[in-house]
Write a protein that binds this ligand. Structure first.
Ligand code: 13P
Ligand code: MG
Ligand code: MG
Length: 376
């Protein structure tokens, strides 16, 4: 029998705008999910990162299970009721308008799922990101699975020598899932050519080429595509299996020390460095900076060990100080240049309206040919 991991990240409302869900909101969602471990689920874990709640469930219903979606939806609704009673900001932000269409693949709150026959010592990580897009995982996952400078296992472990297959999704394509499979090492330049564009392409899945087993499942939803209008920012979640034929935990988390600039900072319109933080960390500075948490788990017959909080370590305090400097530095240039996201991805109608109004006030002044210096 295969075990399925379903990881969901959802914003049901927060205190202080978009800073952190209330304790009561998190505990009401947790109670609702835990109640389902009596029959449907084997185990679960509920936590938060910034204003997003991450739910991890283990079960035997496989991926895309309507029963699991319904159970999660029930937990979201309980959370929305609590958030409403407390007057939280943005109540039901990620489930408004999507309704139960979420039951269909690729719609609604960020979802990563993976089904596999458990290894005798199964080990995996759950990453949750707030204030960024699914493409925020592109650089760290590329470096962890493709680059021997970051993943020595590629040269040290015979089980990793054949490399990895990356499935990359075109998240701007609206109708269906548009994906490409690329193999490392032969396709690494092609991978880089796509993954450089975090707004358009996102890693959806990574598989071992030696064992064909799935290592990574990442959420690739863009809610602005689903709803036809802007609603939340699709802050992503990812499941990463580690060790054996996969990179070690340390190899997967190491590239996060870079703190790459990602889109999604302040009102979803700015670039900011992705800061690795302990579990249950809020956002603050310019509603950010963008943050990523990581929980490591062991698994046996669907039962989870308590998580290890991977970025809660003195090494990452040092990294955070440097990344905080990067955040301050880019915010010093305010609206200018690369501090803001490109116009096409800006989520606020206000800017669109300003530019449209100003466009009408532009005048075209033609140069008279007689004034040209070439005439003299
Ligand atoms: P969330 O998408 O995390 O709700 O953040 C909204 C935002 O941009 C706050 O500045
Ligand atoms: Mg929010
Ligand atoms: Mg969020």
């Amino acid at each position: 029998m295969k075990t399925t991991l379903t990881a969901v990240r959802v914003d049901l409302g927060a205190v202080g705008g978009h800073l952190q869900p209330s304790e009561l909101l998190v505990s009401s969602v947790r109670a609702s999910v835990e109640e389902k471990t009596d029959n449907l689920l084997i185990d679960c874990w509920v936590n938060f990162t910034g204003d997003d709640i991450t739910i991890l469930c283990t079960h035997e219903n496989g991926i895309d299970s309507p029963k699991i979606r319904e159970a999660l939806w029930d937990a979201f609704e309980k959370g929305v009721a609590t958030a409403g009673e407390q007057g939280l900001y943005g109540v039901g932000q990620d489930i408004r308008d999507t309704g139960m269409t979420w039951a269909a693949k690729g719609l609604g709150p960020a979802l990563a799922e993976m089904s596999f026959a458990e290894r005798p010592n199964e080990a995996f990580l759950i990453f949750s990101i707030d204030k960024a897009l699914p493409g925020a995982f592109n650089l760290p996952f590329y470096l962890a699975f493709v680059d021997p400078m970051h993943c020595p296992g590629l040269i040290l472990s015979p089980r990793m020598r054949q490399g990895f297959r990356l499935v990359i999704m075109d998240v701007l394509y609206k109708e269906y899932d548009r994906e490409i499979e690329l193999n490392a090492p032969e396709d690494i330049y092609n991978m880089a050519a796509l993954l450089r564009d975090q707004n358009r392409y996102a890693i959806r899945r990574i598989e071992s080429r030696s064992t064909d087993e799935q290592a990574v499942a990442s959420s690739t939803t863009r809610m602005s595509n689903i709803a036809g209008k802007i609603m939340g920012k699709d802050d992503p979640v990812a499941i990463v299996r580690i060790q054996d034929a996969f990179p070690a935990a340390g190899e997967v988390v190491a590239p996060f020390q870079i703190g790459p600039y990602v889109g999604g900072f302040m009102r979803g319109c700015h670039h900011g460095p992705l800061m690795p933080v302990p579990l249950s960390t809020k956002v603050s500075y310019f509603d950010g900076p963008p943050i990523v948490s990581c929980a490591a788990f062991g698994l046996r017959e669907g039962r989870l060990t308590p998580p290890v909080d991977v970025f809660e370590h003195p090494m990452w305090d040092h990294v955070r100080t440097r990344i905080a400097d990067k955040a301050v530095e880019i915010r010093r240039q305010g609206f200018f240049g690369n501090a803001m996201q490109p116009f096409e991805t800006i989520q606020y109608g206000g800017l669109v309206n300003i530019l449209r109004d100003l466009d009408e006030r532009f005048e075209i002044r033609r140069i008279r040919l007689t004034d040209s210096w070439t005439d003299s």
